[in-house]
Design a protein around this ligand. Structure first.
Ligand code: FMN
Length: 153
């Protein structure tokens, strides 16, 4: 059974909700063991136990927050083989995919041995503290389903 770890940073809980909803989508497909962890609780040395790593960050000042950036740098130093990754972000206004693109670029530069399993997911929130825009939550579930389906094939 493929094992997935979903890690996130979240100041107000919106990115955490995205992460949890992605896992719900994965569980709908089944056949995947998915765990949810706040980034600061994750021991990077345990990442080798998983087949895929999903990393989520709020957009702060057009960037992912510090935790995800540092985590990506650490992944690069672990020289992980045959692992997959995907990223997701939350944003307001016009910053669609900004943090996602930066995390993907950083993964390519710092941890190129990890292969992207899906185009990054960017989820809009209504204001600084949320909530997530109504139409956006189903996208999180679909993202989880897509990744689980791919990991099973
Ligand atoms: C310090 C700070 C800076 C932010 N800068 C941006 C920004 O440049 N662009 C943007 O779209 N959202 C920005 N936001 C809004 C966050 O994206 C929003 O608070 C976040 O998605 C909520 O996720 P969370 O509940 O997981 O913390 C900023 C929020 C904070 C707190």
């Amino acid at each position: 059974m493929a094992k997935v770890i979903v890690v996130y940073e979240s100041k107000y809980g919106n990115t955490k909700l995205v992460a949890a909803t992605i896992i719900e989508g994965m569980n709908e497909v089944g056949g995947i063991e998915a765990v949810l962890n706040e980034l600061k609780e994750v021991d990077p040395n345990k990442i080798a136990d998983y087949d895929a790593i999903l990393i989520g960050s709020p957009n702060h000042f057009g960037e992912p927050t510090r935790g995800p950036k540092k985590f990506i740098d650490k992944l690069g130093k672990l020289h992980l083989k045959r692992k997959m990754f995907a990223v997701f972000d939350t944003y307001i206004r016009g910053d669609f995919e900004k943090a996602v693109k930066k995390m993907e670029k950083r993964m390519n530069e710092k941890a190129p041995e990890l292969k992207r399993i899906a185009h990054g997911l960017s989820i809009k929130v209504q204001g600084m503290k949320g909530p997530i825009v109504d139409e956006e939550l189903p996208k999180c579930r679909e993202f989880g389903k897509k990744i689980a389906t791919q990991l099973k094939t």
